[in-house]
Design a protein. Structure first.
Length: 627
């Protein structure tokens, strides 16, 4: 993998020895072939690892006797618009001169997925920024006079300075409940993540974080729907085109193709765009309810693309576990990383270096089933309050308590959920809504927590912060920050890197996202029908069966395989019920046994997902302890 890393220290401590960066740089490019460079500017050192399909490098200038340097890793898609011609102007020099003119306001002019580093010797200030959706991870740790940063945890931990690394107890609970450790936290107390659309400033030992961009749903575009459709077509086409870049990539471009709306739309647009054959790649499973390969075949046939498939097996999943532990900075529980990796690997084997992915479409245009679920609960609140409180609820609850099972029991559950106000209802499906925290985790772990800690508070914070009036837009905002920002982007980019593929996300184009925010919520979703505006806009492109299918994606049947596959079941039991995890003192042993027993007897995915999270947590801890 490529990436960026560096060390900054208080100016009174003098210059940093560039050799300190060597082990950090080695960690960034040990997996794939790439070159690297190290620059020393005043009180900082910067290491950049270069890969063929990323823009990576530095530029430096002297201003009034002081050094001003800029480093970049990623992709900037509007360089020509900014005045950089690929053949005559160095893009890093172009960006540096933009900084000299605009300061960090230059970020508002950039279009792409990137990490930018600036050292300004005039003010002894260091700045570190992510793109608007943080396609590339960015971690940092400030300890004593040193500020250390890197685009991956392995590089950060390779820093030879005497730094502390202690496990964050909140991260243990976050991972168990949510499959990820949400921004800004990390698995280590001393390490934080820079959020999407933020710039960090470090000056004289002080760190400040500033948000330079966010989604704004308060301004609605009230144009007629046909005009909005034209704007969507133009914006999406532009988002794809700018990510295609020069045609020199030609035969090296492909697409993830699940057979869903997003991946099918991207594949169709790529097929229409190119004068070269587009390759598409799909994953299947020999498990009923999980295999959607027929929809992918349908899309590939409709768009006349060169199509390839791979069926992921339990053996593949077992064999991929070490790669998952190596690829992610911290414990990561999204099991769909497995099919994502095998899809990217399949693409690499067929000569593809750049893969287009459909992540973000559901969160921009309201395609997730949970939005319809929440609306069903919202409908209950539209019933007159007197009828709800004095007639409907007492009657349903009374009959449910008498009959115990059946329609009235489901009705009681529905009313209970519908009575939970926003934003608390967003987590009403969560593990801790079913079982109390103190029943799952050991007292020693819980007592170390902040008394206000709640693993779902991150959802509530984003919900309250959203610049939106409509409930749907607030839910979309939460998912862009958590489901996309902390989960899906990381999953897809890291699995692409593991396979040697650069993944690009047209839906996460800032201009397209800003347009999507202006589309009225009433158009995005009508009644309980998801993605109505987007589906209508692309109805002429997409096969009818794909327009009407239920969303699925690249989901892995891990709850089934943990129950039925002997090796996966054994590695799960060894991790969850073994002595190593017990000695760590994280969990109540009886509750872990309960999870395993329930999973064996329960045909739903609930406990299987929890067990996979705990298994990946423990396996990561073993690897961390060994290193």
């Amino acid at each position: 993998m490529g990436g960026i890393c560096g060390i900054v220290q208080d100016s009174q401590c003098g210059r940093i020895d560039p050799k300190l960066l060597s082990p950090m740089v080695v960690q960034m490019h040990k997996t794939h072939q790439c070159s690297s460079s190290v620059d020393s500017w005043g009180a900082m050192c910067l290491g950049v690892c270069h890969t063929p399909t990323f823009l990576a490098g530095t530029a430096v200038i002297r201003v009034h006797g002081e050094t001003v340097g800029l480093g970049l890793y990623g992709n900037i898609y509007n360089l020509k618009e900014l005045g950089a011609n690929d053949r005559t102007t160095d893009p890093f020099d172009c960006l540096l001169h933009l900084y000299l003119h605009d300061g960090m306001s230059l970020l508002s002019r950039l279009r792409g997925d990137f990490i930018i580093v600036v050292w300004d010797g005039r003010e002894q200030t260091f700045c570190l920024a992510t793109d608007r959706f943080r396609v590339h991870s960015l971690l940092y740790s400030q300890q004593g006079p040193h500020f250390v940063f890197a685009s991956c945890m392995q590089a950060l931990r390779a820093c030879p300075l005497p730094l502390e690394w202690t496990i964050n107890p909140e991260a243990i609970i976050d991972m168990t409940c949510n499959s990820v450790v949400p921004t800004p936290k990390s698995i280590f107390r001393e390490v934080q993540k820079i959020p999407p659309g933020h710039v960090l400033r470090y000056q004289r030992g002080q760190v400040t974080l500033e948000r330079y961009w966010d989604m704004n749903y308060l301004i609605s575009d009230l144009s007629p729907q046909d005009i909005l459709v034209e704007k969507l077509h133009a914006g999406f086409q532009d988002a794809v085109n700018c990510r295609l870049g020069d045609e020199r990539y030609g035969n090296y471009i492909g697409s993830f193709l699940s057979g869903g709306i997003d991946s099918s739309t991207i594949t169709g647009i790529l097929a229409q765009n190119g004068s070269w054959p587009i390759k598409s790649f799909s994953i299947g499973f020999d498990v009923p309810g999980y295999n959607e390969i027929n929809y992918a075949r349908m899309a590939a046939q409709a768009f006349k693309v060169e199509h390839y498939e791979y069926f992921v097996s339990p053996a593949d999943t077992y064999d991929a576990i070490p790669l998952l532990l190596e690829s992610f900075d911290e414990p990561f529980g999204n099991a769909s990383a497995v099919p994502t990796y095998f899809c990217a690997k399949l693409a690499k084997e067929h000569g593809v270096d750049i893969l287009f992915a459909g992540d973000g479409g559901d969160e921009l245009f309201a395609g997730n089933e949970r939005y319809a679920t929440q609306r069903v609960f919202d409908y209950y609140q539209k019933i007159p309050s007197w009828f709800r409180e004095y007639v409907l609820q007492p009657t349903v609850f009374s009959l449910a308590n008498y009959l115990k099972v059946g329609l009235f029991h489901k009705g009681k559950k529905y009313i209970e959920r519908a009575n939970i106000p926003y934003p608390l209802r967003l987590s009403s499906w969560g593990l801790l809504e079913v079982i109390p925290m103190t029943d799952i985790f050991n007292d020693d772990l819980v007592k170390d927590l902040d008394h206000q800690y709640n693993p779902y508070e991150i959802l509530y914070d984003h919900y309250r912060r959203a610049l939106a009036e409509h409930e749907l837009d607030r839910q979309l905002y939460v998912d862009l920050k958590v489901a996309i920002g902390d989960n899906d982007i990381l999953k897809v980019t890291r699995m692409g890197q593991a396979a040697g593929v650069n993944v690009r996300f047209p839906f996460l184009d800032s201009r397209l996202a800003e347009f999507a925010a202006t589309v009225p919520a009433s158009l995005k979703m009508r009644g309980l029908k998801l993605r109505t505006f987007f589906k209508q806009a692309y109805a002429p492109l997409l096969p009818q069966a794909i327009q009407g299918k239920v969303k699925h994606g690249f989901g892995l049947p891990i709850p089934v395989w943990l129950r039925t596959d002997q090796r996966l079941n054994q590695v799960m039991r060894d991790a969850v019920l073994g002595p190593e995890l017990a000695q760590r003192g994280f969990f109540q042993k009886k509750m872990l046994e309960y999870f395993v027993d329930q999973h064996q007897s329960d045909q739903t995915s609930f406990f299987g997902t929890v067990l996979w999270n705990i298994m990946m947590l423990e396996l990561w801890m073993r690897r961390y302890s060994q290193s």
